[in-house]
Write a protein that binds this ligand. Structure first.
Ligand code: SF4
Length: 333
């Protein structure tokens, strides 16, 4: 595969090419509920939900969430249990926790007010992507964004063999993204790059023949589209064995705040102990996965309420602890 070092990539996407991208986006963008206006609160909620989740899966959650929490004020005044209830099923629950914490802090600081990404990044859950997407889409700050879609488009457009998971190459891609919005509406160009990655420059079978930037795309010219972006080396699965102690009484379940396991931190779970087996254990009731953890679960029924636990109605479990792990425990009980 022939790829180019970053030094020879300049001039980056030429204004004529960015113009083509802009025209294409304005004509072909999908009609998504968060694109109806640029209200910063709605942009924030959608951008947070869209991390690790497809647009199609987010639509229903986004609409229900805004119905329940129509403003920053209403979200800041809610309880974390109410937020979990609206988030149940979306996964990556730290996003919900951070959203809730950030809403309280932002509301206390006077709400959204034309902040730059550097102002926003100090709030919980605001990484470089969320800060930049919010400040550009809602406030037109001239900064580029870098998510999986943009990384794919830029790596291919420049035929750049980037190790995008490493800081140096990620910074180079960020620079390319920043440069592509200069002289244009960052709100439009950032969304256009993400839309191109989601609908045309897809991970497999990119539709180069109908792509608005194909005439100057270096990967298309070199026919290296399918090889880019490079694949991040896979993280080894970590094996975890969880021994749960289940106590039920009158349709109530004994739970405690998890401070034992490295995942689902702070969430209500039945008490348990944890070990890290070297190989798949012989005896377990079911298997579960959370990020790179392969979890083997053993259920032990106990006759008396474990210390430090409290009883919670089973019908409220989804609200209290939205991870499907507790659901599975109850099904296997
Ligand atoms: S021409 Fe193909 S590889 Fe290049 S940006 Fe368009 S869809 Fe992606």
């Amino acid at each position: 595969m022939t790829t180019q070092p970053i030094a020879v990539l300049k001039p980056i996407m030429k204004p004529l090419v960015v113009k083509k991208l802009e025209t294409w986006f304005l004509k072909h963008q999908r009609d998504l509920p968060w694109r109806q206006d640029q209200d910063p609160y709605k942009v924030w909620i959608s951008e947070t939900m869209l991390q690790q989740t497809t647009s199609q899966a987010v639509i229903g959650y986004f609409q229900r969430f805004l119905k329940r929490f129509p403003s920053l004020k209403s979200l800041s005044e809610s309880s974390i249990e109410e937020v979990y209830e609206m988030w149940a099923g979306l996964g990556y629950y730290s996003r919900a926790r951070n959203l809730h914490k950030a809403a309280m802090e932002l509301y206390k600081d006077g709400g959204f007010n034309n902040q730059s990404y550097k102002d926003l990044i100090k709030y919980p859950g605001f990484g470089p992507y969320t800060s930049r997407s919010l400040s550009s889409i809602a406030f037109e700050e001239p900064v580029g964004v870098l998510d999986g879609n943009v990384i794919r488009v830029l790596s291919r457009y420049h035929n750049f063999k980037a190790q995008w998971w490493k800081t140096t190459d990620k910074n180079k891609l960020q620079e390319l993204s920043d440069q592509s919005v200069q002289g244009f509406s960052s709100r439009v160009i950032n969304q256009a790059l993400m839309e191109l990655g989601a609908t045309i420059c897809t991970p497999t079978n990119p539709k180069c023949l109908i792509c608005p930037v194909s005439s100057s795309c270096k990967a298309f010219k070199a026919q290296t589209q399918e090889e880019l972006p490079l694949k991040k080396p896979k993280k080894q699965h970590k094996l975890i064995y969880l021994n749960f102690y289940i106590y039920k009484q009158n349709n109530q379940l004994a739970l405690e705040k998890n401070s034992t396991s490295p995942f689902l931190k702070g969430q209500l779970l039945p008490p348990h102990d944890i070990s890290e087996p070297a190989a798949k254990p012989k005896e377990f009731d079911f298997q579960h996965s959370i990020t790179h953890y392969k979890i083997f679960v053993k259920i032990n029924k106990v006759k008396s309420k474990p210390q430090k636990t409290q009883l919670y109605p089973i019908k409220d479990i989804k609200k209290l602890t939205p991870s499907s792990l507790v659901d599975k425990i109850l099904k296997n009980y």
